[in-house]
Design a protein around this ligand. Structure first.
Ligand code: ARG
Length: 277
C-alpha cells in the first residue's frame, strides 16, 4: 500500500527559494556596505554560496531555484523577492531602480510555480528583507527600503492578526533581516541599536529579545536561517553562538564575506516559501 506523505513530513523545515550567484557582483552602491572599488571575489563567493547551500540541504531544507537573470547582480538575495504565506506571495516593489529589474523575473518564477501573486499599490516593499513572520505576528521594518503604507497593505492582503512596525535608524542595518531574526514564535535575535526607541519597544512588547553585541551584528549575525533548532549564520560571532547554544539551538557558521560586501548574508540569500515556525 502506498502511503502518501505531506512534503512537510519529509522536509520539516520548509521550502526555500535560492538563486545561484551566476552574475553576482557589486556594480552600484545602494547601501553603506557596497563599494564598487571592492569587488567580491567571484570564485570565493561561489564557494561560500555552495557551503551555505550544502548546510541548508543537509539540515533538512527543501530548496527551489530561480535562475540568475544577467544584469541583476543582487538577485542572489532572494529574501527580497517578496513575502510568502501559504500559496500567496506579495512581490517586492524595490526602492531603487538598480534592483527594480529583478521584479519581473521573480514574478515569472512565482507565476510558473502556481502562486497567487499580489503587489502593493503604494510605497516600496522589499519582501522578507523587511517583513518576517513569527507565527501569526508579522514584524515589519521601515525607514530605508520599505514604507509603512506598504506594510499595512501587506498586512491586509495576508489578513495578519498582529502587525508590528519598527523604524530602522542606522543605515548599516537598512533591512529588518540585518538586525532582527525570529527564532521561534516567542523569541528573536536583535541588535537593539538598529532601531529607534519606539520601534525597539514595539518589538520588545511582542516577542522576547535576545540581544547581540554591535561587533557581531556588524558580521551580520542576525542574518540567520532558522531550521527548527538548527541555525545557519555568518562566521566569527562566538558570543551570539554561546547565547543560542544556551537556549538549546545548534549553530552552523558559514563564511559569507563576499556577500557581506553587498550588504547581505545567510538569510538574505534565501526566501522562506513555507512557514514552519
Ligand atoms: N545589495 C543588496 C541591496 O542593497 C543587498 C540585499 C540584502 N538583502 C537582505 N534581505 N537584507 O538591496
Amino acid at each position: 500500500m502506498t502511503v502518501l506523505r505531506k512534503r512537510s513530513d519529509t522536509f520539516p523545515y520548509g521550502r526555500w527559494l535560492v538563486c545561484r550567484p551566476q552574475d553576482y557582483d557589486v556594480r552600484y552602491k545602494i547601501n553603506p556596505w557596497m563599494d564598487t572599488s571592492r569587488a567580491p571575489d567571484k570564485a570565493l563567493a561561489r564557494e561560500q554560496w555552495c557551503t551555505l547551500h550544502h548546510h541548508l540541504l543537509r539540515l533538512g531544507a527543501w530548496l527551489e531555484y530561480v535562475d540568475h537573470a544577467p544584469g541583476n547582480p543582487d538577485m542572489v538575495f532572494t529574501a527580497n523577492a517578496g513575502l510568502v504565506r501559504g500559496n500567496d506571495v506579495v512581490l517586492s516593489r524595490f526602492r531603487y531602480a538598480e534592483r527594480q529589474g529583478e521584479e519581473a523575473h521573480f514574478r515569472a518564477w512565482f507565476e510558473v510555480a502556481g502562486y497567487k501573486v499580489h503587489s502593493v499599490s503604494r510605497g516600496s516593499f522589499e519582501g522578507e528583507g523587511d517583513a518576517l513572520f513569527a507565527g501569526s505576528k508579522l514584524f515589519c521594518g521601515w525607514g530605508f527600503r520599505s514604507d509603512i503604507e506598504a506594510h499595512e497593505e501587506v498586512g491586509r492582503i495576508f489578513n495578519v492578526e498582529k502587525l508590528i512596525l519598527a523604524k530602522l535608524q542606522d543605515p548599516r542595518f537598512y533591512h529588518l533581516d540585518t538586525c532582527f531574526c525570529p527564532l521561534t514564535n516567542d523569541v528573536a535575535l536583535v541588535y537593539p541599536g538598529a532601531f529607534d526607541p519606539e520601534g525597539l519597544e514595539n518589538l520588545r512588547s511582542s516577542i522576547e529579545l535576545l540581544e547581540v553585541p554591535e561587533s557581531e551584528a556588524l558580521h551580520f549575525v542576525c542574518n540567520a536561517v532558522v531550521l527548527g533548532r538548527s541555525i545557519v549564520l555568518p562566521a566569527g560571532c562566538p558570543e551570539t553562538y554561546r547565547l543560542l547554544e544556551g537556549r538549546g539551538f545548534s549553530v552552523y557558521p558559514v563564511h559569507l564575506s563576499e556577500f557581506i560586501k553587498a550588504g547581505g548574508a545567510a538569510k538574505c540569500l534565501s526566501l522562506r516559501l513555507e512557514q514552519m515556525i
